[in-house]
Design a protein around this ligand. Structure first.
Ligand code: GN1
Ligand code: MG
Length: 355
């Protein structure tokens, strides 16, 4: 029988060997994670395979995480993040015979992961968590962090990649994407808005999480209070709209990015307002007047960018996001475009905001 993918890394981490139970931790579209519990007591840990197509240099991820941990320790910041652990020889990454890369975190017990919420207080708590994360590092020069994915939330680059994907796509996929392509092209002004923001000193670079969604927050299984954010692979220098925008994208709608009921998608006003309130709770002292003025642009930019990314991946024959059926990425793009339409309407009606 073929041994499981994690076996070699697990044996390297735990020496001498002992008995374990292994539980796959579901979630992200990128890495594979396993909770490893020792049969004879001892703390559990999280063994994670790093996706090297997405993160070609896993050492850089680990160096970034070390920097965050050290900074928290040195400055005695009241901000908890799970501890990372090391393989023998103080190595933070283990490369197995198949060239798969692995790392280990201590496992935070008695927590719960949520994938959505209909409670405004929960949405506000998530938003405040990501805001406090950026606020905690406000005195650190964000450029000390490695860029783990170049141009990750660069909206106009994403637009260019979408145009390249169009140029290389098969006729069948182009036909199926026709309406979506038109609508995304019509909104190129969001890419220009991104350029205007990032060229202005009123929008400073900050330490951003870049994957701010409810499933990247651990909640206490008993009290329901937030314990900490997780998944720091995309922590990089970035702009205010990234995390706020991703939270609006992933929480404010009535269904998530995998729903095919585009017509039924709505923005939930109470959740939108709660996200904004929670974010401002943690970041209000740090945001510039210009950032505050354009606060509602955050959701628009991020939803637009995600629609571009999903459609570009569909046109590139699904090379990036894990899919469950053919056409999954096309549907995800359709979902994000429907969400964008609703968000545009909602912001114009409720805040007289357009851009
Ligand atoms: C990816 O794997 P996951 O779900 O944490 C992606 C995010 C997207 C998200 C969409 C490194 O995150 O940017 O918003 O999928 N992460 C990367 O579901 O590309
Ligand atoms: Mg992620």
């Amino acid at each position: 029988m073929k041994e499981p993918a994690y076996q070699e890394a697990l044996s390297a981490f735990v020496n001498p060997p002992c008995e374990f139970s292994v539980e796959a931790v579901s979630g992200g579209l990128i890495n594979h994670s396993y909770k490893i519990s020792k049969k004879q007591n001892g703390p559990a840990f999280l063994l994670q395979q790093i996706n090297r197509q997405v993160f070609p240099d896993p050492e850089k991820l680990q160096e970034n995480y070390q920097l965050l941990c050290q900074y928290i320790k040195e400055k005695q910041l009241p901000f908890f993040i799970p501890a990372m652990d090391y393989f023998p020889g103080q190595r933070s990454v283990y490369t197995d015979r198949e060239q798969r890369c692995w790392r280990v975190f201590s496992f935070v017990e008695k927590t719960r992961t949520l994938y959505s919420t209909d409670q405004p207080e929960q949405a506000a708590a998530v938003a405040e968590t990501f805001a406090r994360f950026t606020a905690a590092f406000s005195q650190m020069d964000s450029r000390r962090l490695h860029i783990t994915i170049p141009g990750f939330h660069h909206v106009s680059n994403r637009f260019r990649q979408f145009r390249q994907a169009l140029a290389g796509a098969s006729p069948q996929r182009l036909i199926k994407s026709g309406g979506l392509i038109r609508e995304l092209n019509d909104r190129e002004h969001y890419a220009q808005l991104y350029d205007a923001f990032t060229e202005s000193t009123a929008f400073p670079l900050r330490v951003m999480h870049h994957d701010a969604k409810i499933s990247n927050v651990l909640f206490d299984a008993g009290s329901g209070k937030v314990i900490c954010p997780v998944d720091f692979d995309t922590v990089m220098p970035g702009y205010f709209f990234s995390d706020l925008g991703d939270m609006i994208r992933s929480m404010a709608g009535t269904a998530d990015e995998n729903s095919r009921d585009f017509g039924g998608l709505e923005i939930r006003p109470a959740i939108y307002q709660a996200i904004l309130k929670g974010y401002l709770e943690g970041m209000s002292d740090f945001l510039t007047p210009e950032e505050k003025k354009y606060i509602h642009a955050a959701g628009l930019l991020l939803v637009y960018m995600q629609a571009l990314r999903f459609l570009a991946d569909y046109l590139n024959n699904d090379v990036y996001y894990r899919i469950s059926y053919p056409g999954h990425n096309l549907d995800r793009a359709g979902n994000q475009l429907a969400l964008l339409n609703k968000l545009e309407e909602f912001l114009a009606d409720n805040y007289k905001f357009t851009c």
